[in-house]
Design a protein around this ligand. Structure first.
Ligand code: COA
Length: 360
């Protein structure tokens, strides 16, 4: 983070004393960051495995065995239930939970890969809907990793002293990008719609906030998950097929292999940076992509079941909403509390992957 992003640092009264290195240390505001509220919104419409089996050649047992998913929520686009509506509802719930109003927000970040439109950003529309009259709002596009990228970005914007209160929303409506025919059956079974939100705020307790974090991307893997809209969007070697426009194209086996390996490496890397063991972590809040991927990580690190939360059977893969839905479930159930160490992890299209280890 540069000083250009942290104007208060330039004005710090301590900045004139000591060596440049000391000045940097001294001028850094001694404050922490805490998550003071969370919320979620799931549309009332659902698609069960039974519903899918009426649309394509699949069945409940196959889907549960391969993915752990039994049900997903589906936004009703026809009645205007779009990404911004889900996002605004989740944000309102999080603000209520935090005991703040939209006037308290300095920044609003919306992590989504299904924006309302190309311009303006979905975050601008959500800010307008919830009555956030001032401050900055922008979208963050990192597919399923979006919320965890957002946690790291929002945390550091507060930590450097520039902003005090940030709303972070993960919202996606992937069901509108699914092909509910046999041609799309390997992908359409996975995804559901939803939104989750968190409110991050500066605290004088400097021990609170991120202990270690990682953000990665590898653009060479873009063709493993993409949404073509024009003939130019297909990878070389794959013929243009207009019936695929607007539908998620995924190489399931390749993503599966990437995810299993990446998840373990990411956990180890984040723990190493923090000088901690897996047993030191109170809760793992992971992107819900496939229960077999989560199970592999749990076994690799010998984690007890209650430390790696799973809600995929109820909601499927909700992309940017996946991690904040888990976070809100766990906070509401009293399973994430102040004082705990919580590790957030996600991977997805891009390819992207990220972690955020918090002292709550
Ligand atoms: N119902 C029934 N059969 C299906 C099916 C469905 N919905 N989808 C595919 N099949 C069939 C295939 O046609 C194939 O049949 P064949 O052996 O006769 O050719 C067989 O099942 C196995 O297909 P395969 O694609 O190898 O299955 P898989 O074990 O890899 O499971 C996924 C498919 C998508 C569940 C799995 O690859 C996966 O979860 N990948 C990760 C995806 C992911 O996490 N994406 C999001 C990243 S954020």
């Amino acid at each position: 983070m540069t000083h250009a992003l942290c104007p208060r640092l330039l004005l710090s009264p301590t900045a004139s004393a000591g060596t440049p290195a000391q000045q940097g240390r001294q001028s850094r505001p001694q404050q922490g960051v805490e998550i003071i509220g969370t919320g979620q919104f799931l549309p009332s419409g659902t698609i069960s495995n039974h519903d899918l089996s009426k649309l394509m050649d699949t069945n409940h047992d196959w889907i549960v065995q391969r993915t752990g998913i039994a049900n997903r929520h589906r936004a009703d686009l026809a009645s205007g239930e779009t990404t911004k509506v889900l996002a605004a509802n989740a944000l309102r719930a999080a603000m209520q939970n935090a005991g703040i109003t939209a006037k308290d927000l300095d920044v609003l970040i919306c992590a989504t890969m299904t924006p309302e439109m190309t311009c303006p950003a979905t975050a601008n529309l959500v800010a307008n809907d919830v009555g956030m009259a001032h401050g900055a709002s922008f979208d963050l596009v990192a597919a399923c990793s979006g919320f965890v990228y957002g946690l790291n970005v929002a945390h550091d914007l507060i930590k450097c002293g520039t902003y005090r209160t940030i709303g972070l929303v993960g919202a996606d409506t992937l069901t509108r990008l699914m092909d509910y025919t046999n041609a799309g059956r390997g992908t359409a079974i996975l995804f559901g719609d939803g939104a989750g939100a968190a409110i991050l705020r500066a605290t004088p307790d400097a021990t609170k906030g991120i202990i270690s974090q990682a953000m990665h991307s590898d653009g060479t893997g873009w063709k493993d998950i993409y949404v073509p809209n024009t003939p130019h969007d297909f990878p070389s070697g794959i013929a243009c097929d207009a019936t695929k426009f607007g539908h998620v194209q995924m190489n399931g086996a390749s993503v599966f292999k990437f995810a299993v390996g990446t998840f373990s490496e990411l956990i180890q890397q984040t723990l190493d940076k923090a000088g901690l063991q897996a047993s030191d972590i109170d809760m793992f809040v992971c992107h819900q992509s496939n229960s077999r991927i989560l199970q592999a990580a749990r076994e690799r690190f010998g984690l007890p079941e209650e430390k790696l939360y799973v809600n995929i059977h109820r909601v499927g893969n909700t992309v940017g909403a996946s991690v904040p839905l888990c976070l809100d479930d766990l906070r509401q159930a009293g399973r994430i509390k102040p004082g705990m160490k919580v590790l957030f992890l996600a991977f997805g299209g891009g390819l992207t992957w990220a972690s955020s280890l918090w002292q709550m």
